[in-house]
Structures are given as structure tokens and as C-alpha cells.
Design a protein around this ligand. Structure first.
Ligand code: FEO
Ligand code: CA
Ligand code: CA
Ligand code: CA
Length: 613
């Protein structure tokens, strides 16, 4: 209470210094617990964690590389609920540690022998991706645990899913698996998340393109289909993990060679990548229900999705960033109004997708990506709405949207309705490409942009924007009031972003593995989380993480007294030589000689107060 009185704002804790230690540090008066690390058993025969677990075991355990997450209270409880989280990708060295030990391997490298990969390795990798739904409860001693429950469920790279919205049933998504184009299998590279006003979870598909290769077009990139080329599907070579090389040749693995002539005519996999790049809706309270890919939110490298507060009688509005250099920020506005009694995911199947243009004078416009609008005509190569959505990036190019510095998470201020988006970095922006909304060339530190919709209406087609924070050290950085940053709040590469119920803005950082604790980034220490009060401009460092990780994913209980935060890829900075020598950069969280494991932090105040206050 004293600290809050001192600032007059929402941020009341004592800031923590930057850290290079292999541990999590939180402010004085706070406690932190590790929950649900990779490999925690949640279903089936509850297989315990171990270095030699099978691919089938992994389907009953928490996945790798925790990312976006949401706490769904059970009956409004702040001590009992379903924690739903994304697992963005895998680190094969750790996943297959028993057999990969002693080999000089990079953090994302897989072992290929005679052009083949073991089937069970591929299965394990696919099952370590996706989403976990797990019941968590706080015990009498204040400690949280994962409990066995019928809701507990893994959604993976193999889970059957529905395709809905304008792309459903079109030729774009006709596959061997779904000849009528209504279904697909799996979700991949689920980075940030979202949650709907009707209490369902959304998993975004970010860097899915790398999971495919197209063997038809060896070294002939100009000939790749545009719906592959514009997203970075590789011509030739091996996909990110080489799943198409699975020794047994099962169809669910072969499909990652997104080619025609590389397979028989009956196995034309060119449309498989069209089944990825969407927002996936999951009802955590209905474990029997197939996840749904909602195509009207567009196809790109969806970082996450965030809703404006839903108002009865008004459309629902959802914002989403496309995290790649020089890509765009989008919003979806539903055609039908929100009715709390009947609202469901069907609201996301009809409406308008817009892309943002930031004008140099501080105004902005939402450009509709719809047939006949903004140049999206058959003459210009867009045959209809489904074609526009499958080729969202090309449609946004045509419409004249503003190319941003890697849009990551968004958050909407519950008090003011202002929308905030992180722009994590863009080392390739040149002096000639500098624009007031992306104001720095070689933008290694990143920034946060903010806008207010015209007349406070989230469905409006214009807005006013400004820069909220410029990342950087004490010289280059700027805080919410334009003030210089200090040792208490320097930051780089903002990524995760979340408003709590009292309108504290939580900011998480993702300095890439190759840059962490080196050069200009050395002063930043390990990746961290800060807390800001947009009303006062106060911003303080709340948490620092262990070595090699990024802090990503945040949610809380309804009473604000517990927050959950994810630690992703600790130890990823281990060099190939050090891995071969058995020297790991991190042993977090177990310590000793343990393999590092992504995990969830449960953070609360020792006095039981509201976190951050
Ligand atoms: Fe998966 Fe854009 O961070
Ligand atoms: Ca991210
Ligand atoms: Ca990352
Ligand atoms: Ca990132």
C-alpha cells in the first residue's frame, strides 16, 4: 500500500535489476512456483517425464516451448480452472536427448540418416507441438498443481480439425485427407493466443510455412504457387524438421512435402499449406469437440489475436499481427452483432477483414480486404473472398497497408479502449524506409505502437495512433511519457503484451538467442517482463528469467492475486560444441545437471494482494 501511495498509480512493486543468472527473479514480497514443465503427464496412463519417452507418450504430456496461454476459471474460481497453453515449437536436442547426446547439433537441428528420419521421432515432435488443456488447482498451502481431469487434453500436429468460414469447401483446401475441403489435421507453431467473449480459446498459427517444402520446384522459387511463395514455403531442400522424411512413409508425414509431381497424382499435397496460417478455436470445456480453423480472420503468420471488449448489439472485433519483417496488422469485424446469450464462434465466420494503414500525420485507416474493394478484383488476380483470404498478405500488399517492424502481441486497455501492439524489431529497415510509425532504421530494440479508434468505436474504419514506448538502453529508449529509460526499465524486443483487469500493461521481451547478452544487448540481461501504468507513464521491471529463454504468455485469475507466465526455450543458447560436450547453458528449472524445460511460473504476493499493485 505504501508503494502504491508513493507512485499514485497502478504499479506498486520495487523493480528488479537486469539479470544473467539461471533463475527467475521477482520483486521483494512476491513468490514464484514452477508448474507444468514440458513432459508433465496430464492424461492417458499419465506417462512420467523421461529422456526416452515415446511419441505416443508425448501425446499425454505437456508439450514443449510454452507460449500464449489463458486461465479459464471453473465456476468463477480463482483457485481452480483450466489452464490452456500453446507449444510453439520443439528443440530436438532436448526432445531426443537420450540419442542426440554427444552430437554437434544446433538448437533446431534434427538428425537425418540416409535421407530418412525415425517415425517415432517425427511423431514425438508433432505431439510436442500444439496446445495443452489442463486442470490446475491451488491447494490449502497455496501451491498450485496439475490434477487429473476429463477436460485434460492434448491438441497436436495430428489432431483432426474443422475448417470454417469463406475458405471451407473451396478448392484451396481440398486434400487427400479431406476431398471436400472441410477438414484438416493439426495445428503448428502456435505462438500467442487469444480468448473469445464466449469463453473459448484461440491458438494462432505463426511460422507454419517452414514446416513444409515443395519438392516440385527444386531451385525454381519463381515457379512456386503464390500462396506458398508469399509465405516462405521452401522450394526444394528439407522442411524445418524434415517430417516428410519419416522412414515409414505414412501419409500424415508425407504431406509436409507440399508438392504434386514428387508424389503420385492421387497424392497432390500442394494444398496442405493452405490448411495452415489460420486462427484455431478450441472449446476447453468440450474435450470431444474438434478444434475449428476460422478462415475469415485471414491467413498469415498469426502471432496472436486479441478482442476488443464485446458490447451487446455491436459487432465483435478482433485484432491480429503478422509477425514477419515488413508485414501488417489486421482486424476482423463481425457481420452480426454480439448477443451474450447466443454468441459463438460462428460470429467469426461472417464479417470483414481489414488491414491497417498508418498515415504519416498520426491518422490511420482500416482497408477492407473484400472482393471489389481496394483493388481486390479478378483483373488484379483476386477471384473472390476465399482467394483473398488464402492470399491475405498479397491482398494487403495490393490494398496499400503499412509495412511494420514485426507485429507481435496486441492488448486493449479496459479503461480507455486504446489498442497497443508490440513491434518486436526489424534489423532490415533502411533509412529510406523509416516511417513515423516505424521510426528507426535497423530497429534492433523494437517499439510499441498505440491507437484509438474513431469515436471510440472498435468497428470504425479510421484511427489515431502514436508511439507508446521505444525499446532501448538508457540512451536509445523512451518511456510512455517520452522520458528516458533507466536501469529500472530498459528493455529490448517487446513481444508478449497483456492488460490485467485493473489496466496494468504487462510487457514481455524476446531478444533472440543469437543476440542475448551480447553487444548492444548485453545491458538488457536475460529476457524479462515489465509492468506499466499507461495513465501515469510509470514502467518497472517485474521479472527476469533464466538463461537462453524468452518470457512469453501471461494470464491471471479473476481476483488478480495469481498470474501465470511462461518461460520458453531455456538453454537454447547452448552452442553445438557445448551440447556435444554435455555443457548446457541452462538447467532451469530443476538445476543440477537436468535438461532445461519450458514451464509455467505461478506468481503471487506473499501477503495475498493483487499482483503488480
Ligand atoms: Fe513466436 Fe512472433 O513470436
Ligand atoms: Ca511471440
Ligand atoms: Ca521466439
Ligand atoms: Ca518473438
Amino acid at each position: 500500500a505504501g508503494a502504491q501511495a508513493a507512485t499514485g498509480g497502478l504499479v506498486g512493486f520495487q523493480p528488479v535489476p537486469v539479470s544473467t543468472a539461471d533463475t527467475v527473479v521477482v520483486p521483494k514480497g512476491y513468490k514464484v512456483q514452477v508448474l507444468a514443465p514440458w513432459g508433465t503427464p496430464i492424461s492417458g496412463t499419465m506417462p512420467t517425464f523421461g529422456p526416452s519417452r515415446s511419441g505416443a507418450d508425448q501425446a499425454h504430456q505437456i508439450g514443449m516451448h510454452h507460449d500464449g496461454m489463458h486461465f479459464f476459471p471453473i465456476d468463477g474460481s480463482s483457485t481452480d480452472g483450466l489452464l490452456v497453453m500453446n507449444h510453439e515449437y520443439v528443440e530436438p536436442r532436448f526432445l531426443h536427448a537420450a540419442r542426440y547426446a554427444g552430437q554437434e547439433l544446433k538448437s533446431d537441428e534434427v538428425m537425418v540418416t540416409d535421407g530418412k528420419r525415425p517415425d517415432d521421432d517425427v511423431l514425438k515432435e508433432m505431439n510436442a507441438h500444439g496446445v495443452s488443456v489442463v486442470r490446475v488447482k491451488r491447494g490449502a498451502d497455496g501451491t498450485w498443481s496439475v490434477v487429473a481431469d476429463p477436460h485434460n487434453r492434448r491438441i497436436t500436429g495430428l489432431t483432426p480439425m474443422e475448417v470454417t468460414g469463406p475458405v471451407r469447401g473451396t478448392a484451396h483446401v481440398v486434400t487427400k485427407y479431406s476431398p471436400d475441403g472441410t477438414r484438416t489435421r493439426g495445428t503448428l507453431n502456435n505462438c500467442a493466443n487469444g480468448y473469445t467473449p464466449w469463453n473459448t480459446y484461440l491458438a494462432a498459427e505463426e511460422n507454419w510455412a517452414g514446416y513444409f517444402r515443395n519438392g516440385d520446384q527444386q531451385d525454381q522459387k519463381p515457379n512456386l504457387p503464390r500462396e506458398q511463395a508469399r509465405y516462405g514455403v521452401k522450394a526444394g531442400g528439407m522442411s524445418r524438421y524434415g517430417w516428410e522424411l519419416a522412414a515409414g512413409g505414412a501419409e500424415e508425414y508425407r504431406r509436409f512435402d507440399a508438392s504434386q509431381t514428387g508424389n503420385s497424382a492421387a497424392e497432390d499435397y500442394r494444398n496442405e499449406p493452405n490448411c495452415f496460417g489460420w486462427v484455431v478455436e478450441i472449446d476447453p470445456f468440450d474435450p470431444g469437440k474438434a478444434p475449428v480453423k476460422r478462415t475469415h480472420l485471414g491467413r498469415f503468420a498469426h502471432e496472436g489475436v486479441v478482442f476488443a471488449p464485446a458490447v451487446a448489439g455491436k459487432p465483435v472485433v478482433a485484432y491480429s499481427g503478422d509477425d514477419a519483417r515488413f508485414e501488417y496488422i489486421y482486424k476482423f469485424v463481425s457481420a452480426r452483432p454480439y448477443d451474450p446469450a447466443t454468441a459463438s464462434g460462428a460470429l467469426l465466420d461472417e464479417g470483414t477483414l481489414y488491414v491497417a494503414r498508418f498515415n504519416e500525420d498520426g491518422s490511420g485507416d482500416w482497408l477492407a480486404l473484400a472482393p471489389g474493394q481496394n483493388g481486390l478484383t479478378p483483373q488484379n488476380g483476386f477471384t473472390g473472398l476465399a482467394d483473398i483470404l488464402v492470399n491475405t498478405r498479397l491482398a494487403a500488399d495490393r490494398a496499400g497497408a503499412t509495412k511494420m517492424d514485426r507485429p507481435e502481441w496486441g492488448a486493449v486497455d479496459p479503461r480507455t479502449g486504446a489498442v497497443y501492439f508490440t513491434l518486436t524489431n526489424n534489423s532490415r529497415r533502411t533509412e529510406e524506409q523509416v516511417h513515423p510509425a516505424n521510426p528507426r532504421a535497423k530497429n534492433n530494440y523494437g517499439h510499441i505502437v498505440r491507437w484509438t479508434e474513431a469515436k471510440g468505436d472498435h468497428a470504425a474504419t479510421s484511427f489515431q495512433w502514436d508511439i507508446f514506448v521505444l525499446g532501448g538502453d538508457e540512451q536509445a529508449g523512451r518511456g510512455p511519457n517520452g522520458q528516458k529509460l533507466t536501469a529500472d526499465n530498459i528493455l529490448a524486443c517487446p513481444d508478449g503484451l497483456w492488460f490485467d483487469a485493473e489496466a496494468r500493461l504487462w510487457i514481455q521481451t524476446d531478444i533472440g538467442e543469437s543476440a542475448q547478452n551480447k553487444g548492444d544487448m548485453a545491458v538488457m540481461g536475460n529476457n524479462q517482463m515489465l509492468c506499466a501504468d499507461p495513465a501515469t507513464g510509470e514502467m518497472r521491471r517485474f521479472l527476469t528469467g533464466p538463461i537462453g529463454q524468452e518470457i512469453t504468455g501471461i494470464t491471471g485469475t479473476p481476483d488478480g492475486r495469481t498470474i501465470f507466465v511462461n518461460v520458453q526455450h531455456p538453454g537454447a543458447t547452448t552452442s553445438p560444441k557445448d551440447w556435444a560436450a554435455g555443457k548446457l547453458a541452462s538447467h532451469w528449472p530443476e538445476g543440477g545437471s537436468a535438461l532445461p524445460r519450458s514451464a509455467t511460473l505461478v506468481i503471487s504476493r506473499e501477503d495475498g494482494g493483487v499482483v503488480g499493485s
